[in-house]
Design a protein around this ligand. Structure first.
Ligand code: GLN
Length: 486
């Protein structure tokens, strides 16, 4: 069953070829058997999942209505709230934090009868590009256990790549869905900002954060987006748009579509990434698309802009973790000041502290104009550059990441790690939708991904173009050899 897509698993259930309990027991067993090798889950909901499965079996027996995601096991990144369950953000600070309410995405999934099977590992508070900033343990890449699955949604990507679940949710503030999807050889969709509700997501950079799906194929990504892409009264930045129909828009062709490529910006690509990217362009050409050169040179500033704006927003958002309202309170504190200071000092990891300090610095009254305001202006220029580019093309193509997955512990310097996001970050700064789709393998059998970026609100089209490419390349059913067995 692990080879099946989410849509196929649902069919098995609806046509009574497998009961929901059988499906869930199968995936729970797979998690038990294989997760110790990759460590993608922080928590597995055996009881909760089986309870829901039994309910679904009963409902089917009684011919009662069944939702769009019936009996599909889904894993959730552990920075999304599920009522009465722990939500740790992979931080020691929130080790014992229980969520008092459901994120809107959880409500939507459960309303459509998805079965939430557990919580996945991440870089602490979603800050990182390799998963190594989790305060609990490091998740490994199912294609090569000595390499990173990417980050920050490390566990969500690795669990789908190893087929421990057909679908997971991740979050993307600067690339955390697309980069791990590329490193793990699966689909990752970062929705248009505001398309998916952020209510119940622990905030990192509120003007950048989006929740989105990891799947093994684009049809499943379309299915999840049909459910999640919904207006939400609880999120002030939610788009006031009706749900879209993704699935019926697939199976189209690319004739006379224009693909923009920022050739100059991509001039210094690493040779093997360049080779794969050039081959991907050829695939699109064969599919009938025309290539146009676009100018996105301004993207060279995107990392600098992001690490000012995202840290400013993070330092503000993380101020609520004070050991009083949220988080583990320091036992060593002797005064109220010490409660704040020591709880934060003992609770947060190194990278989170670095971001809080950076963010407080760029927001300080003496430096605000030089950093925060200037970065906001450059952000507008990046948005304008994309708008101009989209006047010339239907979508933009870029590699998702500068390289394939790198070895764990190989990048120690924070700035080198930040540079990993060179191709993903500007998409968040500009609120655009983008899908990372597998595009081949390097000489060590590690996956490449390319990124299809569309204008705002073009989520349906972006997934449609990814689907056309995926069908042509037909590598989506490749499974990491170590996990390609029962
Ligand atoms: N790697 C980026 C960072 O560390 C992006 C993280 C994310 O998208 N959550 O900020």
């Amino acid at each position: 069953m692990y080879k099946k897509s989410a849509l196929e698993i649902k069919e098995l259930f609806i046509h009574k070829k497998k009961s929901s309990v059988e499906i869930i027991k199968y995936f729970l067993k797979r998690i038990e058997k294989y997760d110790p090798q990759i460590k993608s889950f922080i928590e597995v909901y055996n009881e909760r999942a089986l309870k829901k499965a039994k309910e679904l079996d009963q409902r089917l027996k009684e011919n009662k209505p069944i939702g769009k995601l019936a009996s599909i096991p889904i894993a959730i990144k552990d920075n999304i709230l599920i009522r009465n369950e722990n939500c740790t953000c992979a931080s020691k600070f929130l080790k014992n934090y229980k969520a008092p309410y459901n994120a809107s995405v959880i409500e939507l999934l459960e309303k459509e009868d998805a079965i939430i099977i557990g919580k996945t590992n991440l870089d602490e508070f979603a800050m990182g590009s390799s998963g190594e900033n989790s305060s609990f343990f490091v998740t490994k890449n199912p294609w090569d256990l000595s390499c990173t699955p990417g980050g920050s949604s490390s566990g969500s990507a690795a669990s789908v790549a190893a087929r421990l679940v057909p679908i997971s949710l991740g979050t993307d503030t600067g690339g955390s869905i697309r980069q791990p999807a590329a490193f793990c050889g699966i689909i990752g969709h970062k929705p248009t900002y505001g398309r998916v509700s952020r209510y119940g997501l622990v905030a990192f950079g509120s003007s950048l954060d989006q929740i989105g799906p990891f799947t093994t194929n684009t049809l499943d990504a379309a299915l999840v987006m049909e459910v999640l892409g919904s207006k939400c009264e609880m999120d002030a930045t939610s788009l006031h748009l009706p749900n879209e129909t993704y699935l019926e828009n697939l199976n189209k062709d690319l004739k006379s579509k224009k693909i923009g490529i920022p050739f100059h910006f991509l001039e210094n690509l690493n040779p093997s990434t360049k080779k794969n990217f050039d081959e991907s362009i050829e695939v699109f050409k064969k599919l009938g698309a025309d290539i146009v050169d676009i100018n996105l040179d301004i993207l060279k500033y995107s990392i600098a802009v992001y690490y000012i704006l995202a840290t400013a927003e993070a330092s503000t958002n993380l101020a609520r973790f004070d050991g009083i309202r949220y988080g583990v309170r320091s036992k060593n504190a002797k005064s109220i000041e010490e409660v704040y200071e020591l709880s934060r000092d003992e609770g947060f990891g190194k990278e989170v502290k670095r971001r809080i300090i950076l963010g407080s610095y760029v927001l300080s009254s003496s430096h605000q104009d030089a950093f925060y305001k200037k970065a906001s202006k450059v952000r507008s220029l990046i948005i304008n550059a994309y708008n101009e580019a989209f006047e010339k093309c239907d979508f933009i193509l870029m590699p998702t990441s500068p390289t394939t997955s790198f070895k764990l512990n190989s990048i120690q310097d924070p700035v080198s790690m930040y540079l990993q996001d060179l191709f993903t970050i500007s998409v968040n700064l500009s609120a655009l939708p983008a899908t990372s789709v597998p595009s081949g393998f390097d000489s060590e059998n590690k996956p490449f991904g390319i990124q299809i970026i569309g204008p705002q609100m073009h989520d349906v089209n972006v997934i449609k173009y990814a689907n056309i490419f995926e069908r042509k390349l037909s590598i989506f059913n490749k499974i990491p050899p170590m996990f390609d067995k029962e």
